[in-house]
Design a protein around this ligand. Structure first.
Ligand SMILES: Nc1ncnc2c1ncn2[C@@H]1O[C@H](COP(=O)(O)OP(=O)(O)OP(=O)(O)O)[C@@H](O)[C@H]1O
Ligand SMILES: [Mg+2]
Length: 269
């Protein structure tokens, strides 16, 4: 299994009491598989994904077992963690603007990463950076490399973030609401690129989303999280038809559907 999480529990001490954030979470992602993680805000989705790179909240007490491509991250040595971070798993964060240094050119951030990861010289790293930007559908990559984050649209910056995640040629992508901040058209474009890359490279993806329709359409399997526990696991195609757990049904019934167009002219008249 590419990603194997077993009985992951995480708690934080706050003002004399213990706040349990994850409770015996067990999940798996195989190579080439897209696995959704859905659940309400605060249920622990990001905490789970971040734990894979051992990015725990400060002061967290963590128990359980996490393996990436057979390498143990939890428990694990710093050396193994570095190996996983530099060549096995990468994370795409929700907010691309927060992920880039605003005063550095896109190309400098990308090339520096490639120099570190590939141990390549700057010329080679620059060429690989251009190729990666092209792979995520960015035209005129040379020009984009010279620009600063604020000069790029949200969708373009999100593509650059996917390119940055691919610099280490990872086997596992942790996509935390990777397209949620984008408008619908840009989201569809970025998702298509992500899907192409996933298939070309046989990537395993942990795909965190609030959007249940998207999870059903995009993911092979979906885990449903509720208050730090995984309460259900379903095939993506079964999400809307076979959910058994009460919480999943509630979550699904909260999804807005378009049945009749509200008569806005009457309402505002
Ligand atoms: N650094 C931290 N210190 C204390 N509590 C934290 C920390 N990070 C997360 N939490 C708490 O852990 C719980 C789970 O948070 P998490 O961010 O994993 O949820 P989520 O499912 O990703 O939510 P969202 O859909 O809003 O992104 C929340 O109650 C949150 O307040
Ligand atoms: Mg989150």
């Amino acid at each position: 299994m590419l990603l194997d999480i077993e009985n992951l529990s995480l708690s934080i001490q706050a003002k004399g009491h213990t706040n349990k954030i994850l409770d015996s979470v067990s999940l798996a992602v195989a190579a080439g598989e897209v696995v959704g993680l859905v659940g309400e805000s605060g249920s622990g989705k990001s905490t789970t994904a971040r734990a894979v790179l051992r990015l725990h909240p400060e002061g967290a007490q963590v128990t359980g077992r996490i393996q990436v491509a057979g390498i143990s991250v939890l428990p694990g040595t710093d050396r193994d963690l570095k190996r996983v971070r530099s060549s096995e798993a990468a994370m795409i964060h929700q907010d691309p603007r927060a992920a880039f240094n605003p005063v550095r050119r896109i190309g400098d951030s990308l090339t520096e990463r490639l120099v570190q990861v590939l141990r390549a010289d700057r010329g080679e790293a620059h060429a690989k950076g251009l190729a990666l930007l092209e792979a995520v559908g960015i035209r005129q990559p040379d020009r984009r490399m010279r620009q600063y984050p604020h000069e790029l649209s949200g969708g373009m910056l999100q593509r650059v973030m996917i390119a940055a995640a691919l610099t280490s040629d990872p086997k596992l992508l942790l996509a935390d609401e990777a397209t949620s901040a984008l408008d619908v058209t840009t989201q569809a474009e970025v998702l298509a690129i992500l899907r192409d890359l996933q298939q070309e490279r046989d990537l395993g993806v942990l795909f965190i989303t609030h959007d249940l329709h998207l999870a059903a359409a995009y993911c092979d399997r979906v885990y449903v999280m509720y208050r730090g526990c995984l309460v259900e696991e379903l095939a993506g195609t079964d999400l809307f038809i076979a959910a058994r757990h009460e919480y999943t049904k509630k979550l699904l019934s909260a999804v807005p559907t378009i049945t009749a167009r509200p008569s806005t002219t009457e309402a505002t008249a």
